[in-house]
Design a protein. Structure first.
Length: 465
């Protein structure tokens, strides 16, 4: 399966200056398999996932996409996003670099255009057509070379070589041209979705202007016929008038949404760029809530976790019903080896979480697991299973579930949970091994036995680890 990438320019200089992902729609092939096999570094965070889903929900509705479309966060510093099947992948670099929610909403709208337009299926058709053209040209060229050799005609042989090379180049250029057309179509679809949801397209233009500025600074010369996407200048030219004609062009993001966006950026900055990243990010507002949030996380991660607790409590005084502040408090308490108090903070986070994330109950279960009493272990199983019911592909959750069952002495369930964890991590061979071991301990026909059989019989089970 091919993945359609949002931004891609063939230029080393542009890559080094603008940090633009250079993965083209062909190069980012088999992305779903890469995700399953763990080659794509996925970020799991309840707060960021909830925010991005809020960005996407009205866009997906305007695009007529079914609820099954999921968004996956990729741990990559480059500004990029792409789709594969019914999954949309967004790099953390895009979330960090985008200064407003509107910029990321524009990214989501563009990717939604790819999904709604069925571009992946048509790209596969174009790839097959391009391959056929190249093969035919190769055969014709080979025939001319052979004929030239048989007639001792050097000119004919040279012409045959030219046919073979020219046919392949024609196929490649045709495919790139097709991809540029699809990118333009997705851009225009994005404008439509933004207008339908009463949002500005200014964020899209801001993103393209940033890329164009980076290209200009790099001094790179890009042949527009040798790339899979239109140049940023062309994209601005194609969209600017449409964007400015919208009655929503000057509409700004609500302050509350901007604050959530800033707090998300603070979190990504701390976790991916180090302790000093937040102060650099919020030089203009060093005392704002987002900066305070980042400072508390930096203290928790890089300093003394106990020293982070008063900073987190100060945050909770300002927003006592913010589930993610309670989650951070639980994280800090776990780091200071206070699992019982951490469990209380996680429990409060789960209670306040209106979107019912699967991540938070699993964290709660982890704290209960660390307490280690029979009662807490049983509660850990309940909480972790709640999280997995909401988030079935959370491989880490199955690892904690296996630990809880193991400490309770339920080896069959522990091995089944281990099999599930391997399955959703893409380690299909190990998944089959543990499923077979678990199945021997279950009574035939029970739910555990049937699930183990499903893993053993799955087609993915035939793939290599």
């Amino acid at each position: 399966m091919q993945a359609l990438s949002l931004y891609s320019l063939v230029s080393k200089a542009a890559r080094s200056v603008a940090a633009i992902s250079l993965a083209t729609a062909i190069a980012v092939s088999a992305s779903v398999d890469a995700f399953a096999q763990g080659r794509v570094s996925v970020v799991r965070d309840a707060e960021i996932e909830a925010l991005v889903r809020d960005y996407a929900r009205p866009i997906f509705k305007a695009a007529g996409l079914r609820p099954g479309v999921s968004i996956i966060l990729v741990n990559d510093r480059s500004f990029n996003a792409f789709v594969a099947g019914q999954r949309m992948f967004i790099n953390t670099g895009a979330l960090l670099q985008a200064e407003t929610p509107n910029e990321i909403i524009g990214v989501i709208a563009h990717e939604a255009g790819h999904i709604a337009g069925g571009h992946q299926e048509r790209l596969r058709e174009q790839l097959a057509r391009a391959q056929t053209m190249a093969i035919v040209a190769g055969l014709l060229g080979a025939g001319a070379i052979v004929a030239g050799a048989a007639t001792k005609s050097g000119e004919l042989a040279q012409a045959g070589g030219g046919i073979a090379m020219g046919g392949g180049e024609m196929a490649r250029r045709g495919l790139l041209g097709y991809q540029r057309t699809e990118e333009t179509t997705a851009d225009r679809s994005a404008i439509t979705y933004l207008a339908a949801t009463g949002q500005s397209a200014k964020g899209m233009l801001t993103t393209f202007e940033r890329f164009q500025s980076a290209l200009s600074l790099s001094g790179a010369r890009v042949d527009p016929y040798q790339i899979s996407h239109p140049t940023p200048r062309d994209r601005i030219s194609n969209l600017e008038q449409l964007a400015k004609n919208s009655p929503y062009y000057d509409r700004k993001d609500p302050p509350a949404l901007q604050l959530r966006h800033d707090m998300m950026r603070a979190k990504i900055a701390v976790f991916t760029e180090g302790q000093g990243a937040v102060s650099r990010l919020f030089r203009k507002e060093p005392t704002g809530l987002a900066a305070q949030y980042g400072n508390a996380m930096a203290t928790y991660l890089y300093g003394n976790a106990r020293a982070a607790l008063p900073k987190i409590d100060a945050l909770l005084k300002q927003q006592p019903k913010n589930p993610y502040f309670h989650e951070l408090r639980g994280d800090a308490l776990m780091k200071t080896n206070q699992p019982a108090k951490a469990a209380e903070s996680y429990a409060r986070a789960v209670q306040l979480d209106q979107v019912k994330s699967g991540v938070l109950p699993i964290s709660y279960g982890q704290a209960l697991l660390a307490i280690g009493t029979p009662d807490s272990l049983k509660k850990a199983v309940t909480q972790i299973r709640t999280g997995l019911d909401r988030d079935r592909e959370n491989a880490t959750g199955y690892r904690y579930l296996a630990q809880a069952y193991g400490q309770l002495g339920d080896i069959a369930e522990a091995e089944l949970a281990t099999a599930e964890g391997h399955y959703y991590s893409g380690a299909y061979r190990d998944a089959k091994i543990f499923a077979a071991r678990a199945q021997q301990k279950f009574k035939r026909g029970t739910p555990g036995w049937i699930r183990a059989q499903d893993i053993i019989n799955s087609r993915q089970g035939t793939k290599k680890k």
